[in-house]
Design a protein around this ligand. Sequence first.
Ligand SMILES: [Zn+2]
Length: 97
Amino acid sequence: MAGDRVRERRTVETMIGMYCRGNHGTSAGLCAECAELRDYAFSRIETCPRRDGRVRCTGCGVHCYNPVMRGRIIAVMRYSGPRMVLHPIMAARHFLP
Ligand SMILES: [Zn+2]
């Protein structure tokens, strides 16, 4: 399910990018804090025990994030989740099976 992991990485990166632009004022790329979060999220995706492609990290019951990073990614999801609907390409990916 490498394709699903690639898609999940893109989704996470897009959501963190939206959050960073909206909350940290970065115009391109990510600030150091958000880059750290993205790298952490990527490493979680790589080591996910439930990588069958049917469960996204955001809907997964396995809490593999440490508490600090989990707090940060939840803030990102809360901010960027509703905005993903307005992002045509990513929104289509987000809601298609
Ligand atoms: Zn940031």
